[in-house]
Design a binder for this molecule. Sequence first.
Ligand SMILES: Nc1ncnc2c1ncn2[C@@H]1O[C@H](COP(=O)(O)OP(=O)(O)OP(=O)(O)O)[C@@H](O)[C@H]1O
Length: 249
Amino acid sequence: MLRTVDLTKDFRGFTAVNAVNLDVAEGMIHALVGPNGAGKTTLFNLLTGFLSPTSGQILLRGDDIAGKQPEQIAHMGVARSFQITSLFEQMTLLEHLELALASPTGLGYRFWSSRKQLSRFKARGMELLDEVGLADRSGVTAGSLAYGQKRALEISLALANDPSLLLLDEPTAGMGLEDVDRTIALVKKASQGRTVVFVDHNMHVVGSLADSVTVLQSGEVLAEGTYDEVRNDERVITAYLGDAGGDHG
Ligand SMILES: Nc1ncnc2c1ncn2[C@@H]1O[C@H](COP(=O)(O)OP(=O)(O)OP(=O)(O)O)[C@@H](O)[C@H]1O
């Protein structure tokens, strides 16, 4: 589903992602972990076209998407949720979904004049809200949601266009235990029939979700394998678990 070949990103002489080779099979849940500054966000930005690689390939079902624009990559079935919440506080949950569902049709850009047109997305919008446990909040504004619910809404937005590859940037960041467990269940459900790549610092989340894990350090792949394989890897224990991730269990 997703393969990178010697993927590299330099920022004026500083190599943030260095010859990274990822291989994620269709239908798998893959975690990217590593200490702060390891290059995880840069890698996500490369995969989604927000940055162009300095060199290397990004193969999506065998097609090289390196250097394509974010909209083109989105049209090819890749969706992403962001680390920092990016909602419109004054809009209702259903309006968020309607807009997300309408955007690939071009209708989203005429949002204010086409309220009636948008209502055709209502049923699907409600289904998506139901999937993330927010159907009963459809009419409230995003600003009134609790933090965990905002993150769930963001996942529903990422699912709106039925992506085949879902990228989640720290889906449980800043959450309390209960929300973390709810999000784990939600991501499991969302992964049915699609491939998921996620970044998370919480080892409980990684261990609960990931079929495979890549550990990055200083832009390079330090280790890869199943969660049990990487967590017992001496280099990983030294570089990551013994340091930044140690307090996450
Ligand atoms: N636009 C940029 N220009 C210069 N350096 C950058 C740029 N973006 C990222 N970097 C550097 O690249 C390195 C990797 O950063 P990145 O944000 O990808 O790490 P990360 O693994 O996502 O970290 P975190 O866990 O803190 O989010 C860091 O040293 C960062 O300072």
